[in-house]
Design a protein around this ligand. Structure first.
Ligand SMILES: CC(C)(COP(=O)(O)OP(=O)(O)OC[C@H]1O[C@@H](n2cnc3c(N)ncnc32)[C@H](O)[C@@H]1OP(=O)(O)O)[C@@H](O)C(=O)NCCC(=O)NCCS
Length: 293
């Protein structure tokens, strides 16, 4: 992938979930039904998406690949390696080329960037084609939950000792990453801090950090213990708009502390996607960023 591919990759990823015409399977069987992920980005979200991919091209050029034919870009995969950890950030094939073997080859190319990085994490959609290739690459699939709904302000508890974070806190964030997921986010932290508000707890009861989504809720959260993680989760819910539904994705069974907060806030719990881990036990207490894990 090159810098000039970024705009097209953004458009392709935004449309890939909407694919109306999925190619028939080689054996002629009909496509199994699966619920597509929500799609569509507004312009600020699309601009953030492009900045993240440009960032990966600077730091992980060997992990970013495109597939092309005579019609132009038909798919791409973007991945990142941090310390001894590898993650898949984006993996999309254009609707009219899905199910024809393009994704298989793209993922093989991206996986070459994981050499020397034994651990791995992918926030997988429910697409059975993606799931099949992740398992083939040695990833263990943990079904994930989505917490969804508007937050009733009267249910919010008072959360003490949460403070605003800044660039001077990023070493603490990296140490919490290593403790929970086995590798720091390193160069990703300044990028995420540029896009998201950071809140922190660092006191005698524990340490933790949480980047907030634009509409509230956690974008990425790591903590030294569950109680601290719960305080940060509540704090992130306090920043939601009471009229706008919040979505917290990629909660697996290991994050019961988060499921309990979501239920106490009267959010709905749904099944959606998988957390795919390789050579590591599930990160906890932790809510991954979908893009930079
Ligand atoms: C997921 C995606 C990138 C895969 O790319 P693709 O080119 O469609 O996939 P491939 O044709 O290489 O097929 C991948 C595997 O699924 C199999 N497959 C094809 N159709 C399938 C179906 N309906 N059900 C289950 N498996 C299927 C293929 O046989 C192949 O397995 P194999 O290589 O072991 O034979 C693409 O379908 C896509 O963009 N999906 C929407 C976005 C998405 O969910 N991305 C994943 C982000 S985590």
């Amino acid at each position: 992938m090159r810098r000039h591919d970024v705009d097209e990759a953004e458009r392709l990823s935004s449309n890939a979930f909407r694919s109306p015409q999925v190619a028939p399977r080689p054996n002629g069987q009909p496509e199994p039904a699966y619920r597509p992920e929500p799609a569509g980005r507004d312009e600020p979200a699309a601009a953030s998406w492009r900045r993240r991919l440009e960032h990966l091209l600077v730091h992980d050029a060997g992990g970013c690949w495109v597939a092309e034919d005579e019609t132009g870009m038909v798919g791409f995969a973007s991945s990142l390696r941090r310390e001894t950890w590898w993650g898949l950030s984006g993996f999309f094939v254009r609707g009219d080329r899905q199910g024809m073997g393009v994704g298989h080859r793209l993922l093989e190319a991206a996986l070459t960037h994981s050499q020397g990085a034994v651990r791995g994490l992918i926030c997988s959609t429910s697409d059975p084609r993606a799931v099949r290739r992740y398992r083939a690459a040695g990833f263990t699939l943990h079904p994930a939950m989505l917490a969804y709904g508007t937050v009733d302000r009267s249910l919010l508890p008072v959360v003490d000792h949460v403070r605003e974070g800044s660039a001077s806190d990023l070493d603490l964030c990296d140490s919490l990453d290593r403790r929970t997921r086995g590798a720091g986010h390193g160069v990703d932290h300044p990028l995420i801090l540029h896009e998201h508000r950071l809140v922190l707890v660092d006191d005698t009861t524990g340490s933790g950090y949480c980047y907030l989504n634009r509409s509230g809720g956690p974008y990425l959260l790591a903590a030294s213990n569950m109680r601290t993680a719960q305080r940060l989760f509540w704090e992130s819910l306090a920043h939601t708009n009471p009229d706008v539904a919040v979505q917290v994705r990629y909660l697996s069974a290991e994050q019961e502390w988060a499921v309990d907060v979501a239920l106490a806030a009267r959010l709905e719990i749904h099944n959606q996607g998988y957390l795919a881990y390789r050579f590591m036990k599930p990160a906890a207490p932790y809510v991954p960023s979908v893009h930079l894990m």
